[in-house]
Design a protein around this ligand. Structure first.
Ligand SMILES: Cc1cc2nc3c(=O)[nH]c(=O)nc-3n(C[C@H](O)[C@H](O)[C@H](O)COP(=O)(O)OP(=O)(O)OC[C@H]3O[C@@H](n4cnc5c(N)ncnc54)[C@H](O)[C@@H]3O)c2cc1C
Length: 388
């Protein structure tokens, strides 16, 4: 370990693992250091929905780019990654939400994403167990699901096969000026240090604008065919900019095993891992409202995890202006499984001087170098996304 590395990546969640795979495959001498279990952070807690989202042009560009990268990888992924192109149905309960369906379709079409509008009958045929009548839905056939911990483990194995070194468990207590220091006092030297610590990134860089946003998920016993697509409500838009700290939305996912993964909640200000039973009940009631039969399923596990939220719901990817040896790959909120692959490309492009395939400006951390913006984020509870 007493050697110098081109790049040391701190954190072996899906983002760190994807960055390691990309950096090592481009010939960079790469080490990944992980304080806990590789893939055991938010990656193990996430829902694994590979989804194009359009809350902002930057989010749309990165999710679309990343989804194409997942599609290109699909053939190579081992079975345990459980890649399934099940598609998403954005469910509309009334005419107001159908307006949103049409708006969304136009935005997706402009980005080259093929979608289809389902009317009430077509939706009932596609998902016979949904409450009836619904107004309709937007179908996004290219969306997919994966099992995130196995996806991250596969990326890490690929990185090691390409020459990367994984150091685990190694808890980093300081990262600055080309040096990574561990809790036993030992150090590594690197040309670049990539901070991929998810919601724990501020422990190393307290000044970065990343906050923990807690989420709950539930997995049921097996009910094959109860749900065929990832189903997400559009209704959250009615309260999209509410300033309350907590929200729940109907968001369910069919697993290959026949189990149903039920999401999702969002909470600021609760950094404990304990299940919040009020939130859990609200989530399950919401699911039952849209999918009454889910009430007869048994929940076999409930867990929580922490998204790394930024003030604008766009990740931080690029050099940190206060220390040019530090490179950020964090702040992916509820989309880090999806955007891990795009993030890794942007990181490796920057570190090797290659041209990027999408513009990077919107992701650069320098947009928050103004301290006032960071302070404002600390005081605000922002809720402008309902995806898990
Ligand atoms: C409930 C929930 C549902 C979600 N659903 C989806 C979804 O459907 N689709 C989607 O795209 N995304 C989803 N997400 C988001 C996604 O899970 C995350 O964005 C993604 O996993 C972030 O990956 P990461 O590698 O940045 O962070 P993590 O997976 O948290 O990895 C960070 C790693 O860094 C390590 N680390 C931290 N500090 C140190 C240190 N000082 N020294 C050494 N190691 C350190 C940690 O141990 C950890 O392993 C969801 C998240 C939650 C919580």
């Amino acid at each position: 370990m007493n050697q110098s590395w081109d790049v040391v990546i701190v954190g072996a969640g899906i983002v760190g693992a994807a960055c390691a795979r990309e950096c090592a495959s481009r010939g960079l001498k790469t080490a990944v250091v992980e304080g806990g279990v590789a893939g055991g952070g938010a990656t193990a807690a996430g829902m694994g929905h590979i989804v194009v989202m359009d809350d902002s042009p930057a989010q749309l560009a990165l999710t679309r780019y990343s989804q194409n990268l997942w599609a290109a990888l699909a053939e190579q992924l081992p079975n345990d990654v459980e890649f399934e192109r099940c598609g998403t149905l954005w469910v509309a309960v009334d005419e107001e939400e159908m307006e949103e369906v049409r708006r969304k379709q136009a935005v997706y079409a402009a980005a080259g994403v093929v979608t289809e509008i389902l009317d009430s009958k077509a939706l009932a045929d596609a998902e016979p167990h949904l409450l009836r009548p619904m107004a309709g839905a937007l179908m996004v056939p290219s969306d997919a699901v994966v099992y995130p911990p196995c996806a991250a483990a596969w990326m890490m194995r690929e990185a090691v096969r390409a020459g990367a070194t994984l150091c685990v468990p190694r808890n980093v207590v300081q990262a600055a000026s080309g040096r990574v220091r561990f809790d036993d006092g030992s150090e590594l030297c690197a040309g670049r240090i990539v901070i991929a610590c998810g919601a724990d990134s501020p422990r190393l860089l307290p000044e970065i604008p990343v906050r923990k946003r807690k989420g709950h998920l539930v997995i049921t016993d097996r009910h094959p065919g109860l749900v065929r697509h990832q189903l997400v409500e559009l209704g959250y838009l009615k309260s999209a900019h509410s300033l309350t700290a907590n929200s729940v939305a109907f968001n369910v996912q069919p697993r290959r095993t026949g189990q149903i993964l039920i999401g999702s909640s969002r909470q600021f200000g609760d950094d404990g891992t304990a299940v919040d039973h009020a939130i859990l009940s609200a989530m399950l009631e919401r699911a039952k409202l849209y999918l009454p039969e889910i009430g007869s399923c048994s929940a076999i596990r409930v867990w929580t995890g922490f998204r790394a939220a930024t003030p604008d719901n766009v990740p931080l990817i690029g050099p940190w202006p206060d220390d040019k040896a530090i490179f950020l790959a964090t702040g992916h909120e509820g989309l880090g499984i999806t955007t891990s692959l795009g993030t890794a490309r942007l990181v490796a492009d920057a570190l090797t001087g290659a041209e990027t395939e999408i513009p990077v400006e919107a992701y650069l951390p320098q947009r928050f170098s103004n301290k006032l913006m960071r302070v404002r984020f600390e005081g605000a509870s922002q809720e402008n996304a309902a995806h898990a």
